[in-house]
Design a protein around this ligand. Structure first.
Ligand SMILES: Nc1ncnc2c1ncn2[C@@H]1O[C@H](COP(=O)(O)OP(=O)(O)O)[C@@H](O)[C@H]1O
Ligand SMILES: [Mg+2]
Length: 252
């Protein structure tokens, strides 16, 4: 589904991503771990089009996407929550969910002008879809609530709902478990499993090894901008190179 070849992203002289290559198989949940500063977030941002790569190739479903604008990558089905504008505090959960761009006819001036009926039908379809998605993540009863009144965990669920509105094929999640209490974490993990069972593909950065072990296979390990190894969660946890990287004795 995704092939990254020799990807480099430099900031000034710093090689945040330093020649990374890997392949993501469709319908997998792949984990990405590594110590702070390893380059994980930079790798995500470069894949999603928020950073232009210094060099290298990114092929998504057979099509090169390196250097494309984030919204074009988003519309191709590769979604990272950052590509979507942040939720508006003063809008409801339903409104925030409905505003995710999904090629809505209502966005286009000519359509608004000449095809009001079609736009209205499209808006109804969008609303129905948003309600389904909120139902799926368990926020249906909060659809009319202002986004600012949601707890941190509920905001994570809203983020997931908004990602799903885009009808993604590959979802990049950066630390979905961060700042989430254990019962909500169980809910989020359940939702990810269910989406995976329905055929979605995920790449997940996460520090919580429990989440990684329960959901992800394979697991990629980054250190100092490079891919250190990949393997099953058990293989990764038992590998001395990985322990070394976390302890700061980084390999060259
Ligand atoms: N926009 C940026 N400008 C300059 N340096 C950056 C930028 N983003 C990240 N870096 C640097 O790149 C390296 C990798 O950071 P990051 O990708 O955030 O690592 P991780 O997500 O694995 O903790 C770090 O040294 C960080 O300071
Ligand atoms: Mg990070």
């Amino acid at each position: 589904m995704l092939e990254v070849r020799n990807l480099v992203k430099e900031f000034g002289g710093l090689h945040a991503v330093d020649g990374v290559s890997f392949t993501l198989q469709a319908h997998t949940i792949t984990g990405l771990v590594g110590p702070n500063g390893a380059g994980k977030t930079t790798l995500f941002n470069t894949i999603a089009g928020l950073h232009r790569p210094t060099s290298g190739e990114i092929v998504f479903q057979g099509r090169p996407i390196q250097g494309l604008a984030p919204h074009r990558i988003f519309h191709a089905g590769l979604v990272r929550p950052f590509q979507i504008p942040r939720p508006f505090a003063a809008m409801t959960v339903l409104e925030n969910t409905m505003m995710v761009p999904a090629g809505q006819a209502g966005e286009r001036f000519w359509n608004n002008w000449f095809r009001r009926g079609a736009v209205r039908a499209q808006e109804q379809a969008c609303r129905a879809r948003a309600q389904d998605v909120l139902d799926f993540v368990g926020l249906d009863r909060l659809a009319g609530e202002y986004a600012r009144n949601l707890s941190g965990g509920q905001q994570k669920l809203l983020e997931l709902a908004r990602v799903l509105m885009a009808d993604p094929q590959l979802i990049l999640l950066d630390e979905p478990g961060a700042g989430v209490n254990p019962s909500l974490l169980a809910v989020i993990m359940d939702k990810l499993r269910e989406l995976h069972a329905r055929g979605m593909t995920f790449l997940i950065i996460e520090h919580n090894m429990e989440l990684i072990a329960a959901l992800c296979n394979p697991v990629l390990v980054m250190a100092q901008g490079r891919l250190l190894m990949q393997g099953t969660p058990d293989a990764v946890r038992g590998d001395p190179r990985v322990l070394d990287a976390y302890l700061g004795g980084a390999p060259q």
